[in-house]
Ligand binder design. Structure first.
Ligand SMILES: [Zn+2]
Length: 350
């Protein structure tokens, strides 16, 4: 086991408490918030639950990213081992009218993505898709091995009406001192409950989801790999914006080029901007230092204006017709590019 990083905990705690007042309440203007809708079965809707927890459903089958609902507060998060909050999870799943899930897709193993994935999968009958680090977390929580899928990038899966392509992406560049990057793998001896610092990144993935000839890219970390999306078309991109302004204008332009322009997306929905230490039954705030959502969004809106792409936020919990919001041409259908790995997707090896 990795030694407990007490000094970092103390520093981070002191700093974040001092700076907690800097975060503002979320205001979707001027980009706007997409309107809720109800659609007949077979039609795709999306729902948002904070950070990068997104539900895609067509009323017959559904998949979710992360499934992160516990959102432990700072003091609890840094002083006590983390535990999925069964009540908060049940409440949020109820708010989003989430029934059964085919899959929970985990982009990386930091706690604000992977903390509740096994609990959500257990509650919904889902299979968890993630890295070997994610395997260590969900197997420690006794999710059955046959309900896991280990990915390394390049795989493709069919989950109900959804085809899912997995891409090996890159995590957001490290936050400034004293916030630890936690960019190792989760320890093989991982047990729950675990400290926040034991939820190491373990590699980062993005997910391209095809539903009936339409494609949605869920790219939750603010970083890019040159050429990763060559040949990929996406109608809608859920785009991670955390810490974007800190990376400078050249990085932001490359990020936009590689993830949004290359995929031809017509609608960009920012994700990973809210303060995940606040419960979901309170009004969302954007994250304070080291992030700066107004600055991140000024950059995103400028890039979007120059490339004719719509930017809009999701409401919490409500179903949204993201394809209509993207204004896509009904005749413009596309599919996933072929998988880049030939081996069969495997379950976690333990
Ligand atoms: Zn992370």
């Amino acid at each position: 086991m990795r030694p407990y990083r007490g000094w970092k905990v103390a520093l981070v705690g002191a700093l974040l408490m001092a700076l907690a007042g800097c975060a503002g309440y979320y205001d979707p203007q001027p980009s706007g918030e997409l309107p809720p809708t109800t659609l007949p079965d077979n039609r795709l809707t999306a729902r948002f639950f904070g950070v990068s927890t997104i539900l895609l459903s067509d009323g017959r089958s559904a998949i979710m990213t992360d499934g992160f609902f516990s959102r432990p507060d700072f003091i609890k998060g840094i002083t006590q081992p983390l535990q999925p909050d069964a009540g908060a999870i049940r409440w949020a799943l109820g708010q989003g009218e989430v029934g059964g899930l085919e899959a929970v897709l985990v982009p990386h193993s930091h706690f604000d993505h992977a903390l509740d994935s096994a609990t959500v999968a257990t509650a919904t009958g889902a299979t968890v898709v993630g890295s070997i680090s994610t395997c260590r977390i969900v197997r420690a929580e006794n999710l059955p091995q046959d309900r896991t899928r280990l990915v390394e990038g390049g795989e493709q899966f069919q989950f109900g009406s959804f085809k899912v392509g997995v891409f090996k992406a890159k995590h957001t560049p490290a936050p400034p001192f004293p916030i630890p990057a936690l960019d190792d793998d989760v320890d093989p001896g991982f047990t729950v409950p675990a400290r926040i610092f034991e939820y190491e990144q373990g590699g980062t993935y993005s997910f391209l989801v095809e539903h009936d000839g339409r494609t949605v890219l869920i790219h939750s970390s603010t970083n890019y790999v040159d050429g990763l999306y060559d040949g990929v078309r996406a109608d809608v991109v859920f785009l991670g914006v955390a810490l974007l302004a800190r990376q400078g204008p050249a990085f932001a332009a490359d990020y936009w080029e590689q993830v949004v322009k290359k995929t031809g997306a017509k609608l960009v929905i920012p994700v990973h901007w809210d303060d995940y230490t606040r419960p979901l039954d309170q009004r969302l705030k954007w994250f304070g230092w080291p992030d700066d959502l107004p600055a991140d969004m000024a950059i995103v809106r400028d890039l979007a204006d120059r490339s004719g792409v719509r930017v809009a936020f999701m409401p919490l919990f409500k179903p949204v017709d993201i394809l209509a919001a993207a204004g896509i041409d009904p005749a413009d259908r596309h599919t996933l590019p072929p998988p880049t790995v030939v081996r069969q997707p495997a379950t976690c090896p333990f």
